[in-house]
Ligand binder design. Structure first.
Ligand code: ISL
Length: 537
């Protein structure tokens, strides 16, 4: 049935093409490289591949600055390579979704030259000269440091860029912009892709008055703005409605609340299937992502619980620990060990929602041991360093996006089997121990644990549909919950700490069937450090 929400029982795997697999030795991953790895992904058991952007781009923000929406950047290959990859994905019974980046284009996109009124242009602040410090039309601060405005001396006006100055924001108030985006999306669907991950899609509707924000935070005027639901419903009508196949749409939405997410993901409203929220990856920092705080497990559980109950009867959750913007979860919420990587995998995959696995997460890949600023590549990190100076290094090491972007660790050879050339960013030296060849050969590896978690979702309806109940909410070490569906109950236990922990649950559970366990002695009421188990009754 085409209306069936097939993605409820699916697991999505995110590929960051630049760092996945390089077929031609230029040190940058490419589409043919992905094609060569499809059997590995198929063995892991994932249902959908999401490709981070592969479109032509000046690569100012690693491809999230797009200069042509309907082609492939030569660094990644050609449209023929893309069609072959898509055929290979479909031949293995998997699906493929594209990254849709339409809050902004590259400043090198022809639209930016040809259609001034497709973007946000504003004169300098009243009484000030263009280009003068403080003359920016609003006080907003960009996600990548500095003001959100770039002065154009030729016109005497500024253009808005929430991200880098090479990523001007499209003005969705203009119906021509919306029509052009819809046409481009239909073109990809007609080519056979199975849906879209929509980059910062809750930023496309702005308050056209563009008021100042407190302390330079303009987010109240561009997050989930006045016309956001209208724009998404229109997109659904123009692009998705009436298609013979049910597609997958996931909206990346920084700052989204559960109440808003219920509206976005209520199938009756026809907007998107699910959203990426950020609350559970904001629990270990202060107001800025660079203000480090240790993980507060009680707070993390409370956030996850709120999202589970918030979308229990209407809408649907996405579940993720990692993506190309987040540090590696094994280092961040774990202790870097394979056992902690497994425990975090167990916890995430047993929640209700659609899980996303980021490349290398299934190997337990860790943060990068970057030495100096010369090791970093990401514009967000480099700009922050330029502003904050060397004191910023510890925070960059802990939180920088490059942690996620070091090459996929395929084997123990010098560049981890990622490339025969010089990789664009250093390979993590721990690839000698952490790599796919070792992991596939070792039945006790993180890889096989993830494979089992994915398989469990495919075979146990309770994992997909079961009601979620958090247990031991105030325990600072143990993450425990049950799922219940159709007479089946699952209990999930994980010790997310380096000390033994006693579990406080109905003792009869400890005699129930063990579905998954990462250490022997699965009947003990004490969990060893980073141990995790799943029971069924
Ligand atoms: O990465 C972040 C925090 O460090 C976020 O602020 C991030 O910029 C935000 O989640 C939006 O991310 C998406 O859009 C950006 C791009 O740089 C990211 O890679 C992308 O995932 C602009 O397109």
């Amino acid at each position: 049935r085409v209306t069936e929400a097939w993605w409820k029982s699916a697991v999505v795997y995110q590929i960051y093409p630049r760092s996945f697999s390089d077929s031609d030795g230029d040190g940058i991953g490419d589409l043919r490289g992905i094609e060569e790895r499809l059997d590995y992904l198929s063995a892991l058991g994932v249902d959908v591949l999401w490709l981070s952007p592969v479109y032509p781009s000046p690569q100012d923000d690693a491809g999230y600055d797009i200069s042509d929406y309907q082609d492939i950047d030569p660094v990644f290959g050609t449209l023929d390579d893309f069609d072959r990859l898509l055929a290979g994905v479909h031949a293995r019974g998997m699906k493929l979704i594209m990254d849709l980046v339409v809050n902004h284009t590259s400043d090198e996109h022809p639209w930016f030259r040809e259609h001034r009124d497709w973007y946000w242009w504003r004169p300098p602040r009243a009484g000030m000269a263009g280009g003068e410090p403080g003359a920016e039309p609003t006080n907003w601060r960009s996600f990548f440091s500095g003001p959100t405005w770039e002065y154009d001396p030729a016109s005497g006006e500024y253009y808005l860029h929430l991200f880098s100055r090479k990523q001007p924001d499209l003005n969705w108030e203009n119906p021509e912009v919306r029509a052009a985006v819809h046409a481009m999306m239909r073109w990809w669907l007609d080519r056979g892709v199975d849906g879209f991950r929509m980059d910062v899609i809750n930023m496309i509707s702005k308050d056209p008055a563009l008021p100042d924000g407190p302390g330079g935070d303009g987010s109240a005027h561009y997050l989930c703005g006045p016309r956001i639901h209208e724009f998404l419903q229109e997109m659904h009508r123009e692009v998705f409605a009436g298609r013979p196949r049910k597609l997958l749409t996931v909206g990346e939405m920084p700052g989204v609340t559960t109440d808003q997410a219920r509206l976005f993901t209520d199938p009756a409203r026809a907007e998107v299937d699910m959203v990426f929220q950020f609350e559970h990856v904001n629990v270990d920092h202060g107001p800025s992502k660079w203000d480090l705080k240790p993980l507060d497990l009680v707070a993390l559980k409370a956030v996850m619980n709120r999202w589970q109950s918030g979308l229990a009867d209407v809408g649907w959750n996405s579940l993720y620990w990692n993506n190309h913007d987040q540090p590696r979860v094994a280092s961040r919420y774990g202790d870097g060990s394979p056992l902690s990587a497994k425990a975090l995998g167990t916890v995430l995959h047993l929640h209700r929602g659609t899980p996303y696995v980021y490349q290398g997460e299934e190997l337990g890949m860790t943060n990068a041991p970057f030495d100096s600023i010369a090791d970093f590549r990401d514009i967000e990190s480099l700009n922050h360093y330029a502003e904050a100076g060397p004191d910023a290094l510890p925070a960059l090491r802990a939180r920088g996006r490059d942690n996620a972007r070091t090459p996929m660790q395929w084997d123990a050879s010098p560049h981890a089997g990622f490339t025969t050339g010089e990789p664009w960013i250093a390979v993590n030296p721990n690839h000698k121990e952490i790599n796919a060849v070792e992991a596939v050969a070792d039945p006790d590896s993180v890889f096989h644990h993830y494979r089992k978690l994915i398989d469990l979702r495919h075979t146990e309806p309770c994992v997909v549909h079961g009601d979620f109940t958090l247990l031991m909410p105030d325990d600072p070490q143990v993450y425990a919950f049950t799922r219940a569906h159709d007479g089946v109950e699952l209990l999930v236990l994980a010790n997310l700490s380096a000390e033994p922990a006693r579990v406080d649950v109905d003792p009869a559970w400890l005699d129930a069937e063990v579905v998954l366990a990462t250490l022997p002695d699965e009947r003990s009421a004490v969990l060893r450090p980073w141990e995790s188990r799943v029971y069924r009754r």
